[in-house]
Design a protein around this ligand. Structure first.
Ligand SMILES: [Zn+2]
Length: 389
């Protein structure tokens, strides 16, 4: 058994330690590991701008798994985690786990399905297409490549890997979501066809491991039926497909911690499928996951005395960060009673002074929504700064 909370069996592959990863960075980082005799690489197509689309395969077992990442070009966390898994397969044949996985499974990975989008750091392809709305029509070369790989392998399980909007909490009272999961529906009636029930069982297995490592930070993605998405299309075609969305953690500006959590979840999933124990997980774990809950703001500073250009008023302060993952670049969102609005994080400022300094020139003494600001919290109006943003 892999302990999902343990330190990871391989260190992260160097050269992929930022949120922005391009095809050049990925294939350069994998040059060494891909020399391994345990791995097979196939070219399965080219992107619109002729970047290679490749699968990497490990194992000779009877159960096929297919994992693909970064169909949205600016969602690279799972690509980085898959690179770490590739390194694990290349380097750790000393482990019993390695032997078990290669005997029971054949694991095919298609990292970075949208390399043109990755290059431009955008969601869509070079043609402006959202690949996850092209699974039915298959108008783009990238979508066709993935659909052809699935058709050829007829895998038992599919892993559709994304990064989600980080302004989500695990239910209204949970923390910021680290991972959200879904067993995508096969129709508008939310039917639990056997193929989808197997996906639910696998999600429950992975989510249980995620909850152990990251309590209060795991959620379920919306179950609205989207017939143009790969999850739905593959599920209907007979591959039990799970959606895994990586969110964010506080103090993890490049998602390096989440990347290693995700590699551990992959190994856990592989191990549970290989030994059959995935079938023993209680599917209630799936239904018990809180829903992804959208929040309005990144940070609330409530109950304090707001200070703008020396003038004091009792007011709550809502901030939105230009970079909500790294929580950098604060802008004023609201000043005043925040009522029922929710944020990723609340700081109780009762009895404290919160000074707001606009970072751009405007008429002296004023600040307005969307202004970049610098915010300082003090215990006394003239005291030392206790916290700042
Ligand atoms: Zn996505």
């Amino acid at each position: 058994m892999v302990d999902p909370t343990s330190v990871f069996l391989v260190p992260p592959v160097p050269g992929l330690d930022t949120r922005r990863v391009t095809a050049d960075m990925l294939w350069r980082a994998l040059e060494g590991p891909l020399q391994s005799p345990w791995l097979t690489v196939h070219d399965v197509g080219r992107s619109r701008q002729h970047r290679p689309l490749r699968t990497i395969t490990f194992g000779e077992g009877p159960t096929d798994l297919l994992l693909w990442s970064q169909m949205h070009g600016d969602e690279a966390t799972a690509t980085r985690a898959l690179a770490d898994i590739v390194e694990f397969f290349a380097a750790r044949d000393d482990l019993e786990l390695h032997r078990r996985l290669r005997q029971h499974l054949r694991i095919t990975m298609l990292p970075m399905l949208n390399p043109d989008g990755a290059q431009a750091h955008q969601r869509e392809t070079a043609d402006g297409i959202d690949l996850n709305r092209d699974a039915a029509r298959l108008a783009s070369p990238e979508a066709r490549a993935l659909a052809e790989v699935r058709k050829r392998l007829q895998p038992a399980f599919g892993f559709n890997l994304h990064d989600q909007d980080v302004r989500r909490r695990a239910g209204p009272d949970g923390d910021q979501v680290a991972f959200a999961f879904l067993a995508p529906p096969v129709d508008v009636h939310d039917t639990w066809a056997p193929v989808r029930a197997r996906a639910r069982q696998l999600v429950a297995t992975i989510a249980a491991a995620a909850l152990e490592a990251l309590p209060n930070k795991v959620a379920r993605w919306s179950e609205e039926y989207e017939p143009r998405a790969f999850g739905e299309c593959f599920q209907r075609a007979g591959t039990s497909t799970v959606l895994i969305e990586t969110g964010a953690l506080p103090d993890d500006p490049e998602k390096e911690r989440l990347r290693t959590h995700l590699s551990a979840l992959f190994l856990t999933a592989f191990d549970r499928i290989a030994d059959g124990s995935w079938e023993q997980t209680d599917p209630a774990v799936y239904h018990g996951l809180p829903l992804n809950h959208a929040v309005l703001h990144d940070l609330h500073l409530t109950g304090g005395t707001a200070v703008v250009d020396g003038r004091e008023a009792p007011a709550d302060i809502a901030l939105l960060f230009d970079d909500p993952v790294a929580r950098q670049g604060p802008r004023l969102a609201e000043l005043g009673d925040l009522g029922e609005a929710t944020a990723l994080e609340n700081v109780d400022c009762a009895g404290k002074w919160v000074s707001i300094t606009p970072q751009e020139k405007r008429s002296p003494g004023t600040v307005a929504p969307e202004d970049p600001v610098h915010v300082e919290i003090r215990h006394r109006p003239d005291g030392p700064v206790m916290a700042e943003y």
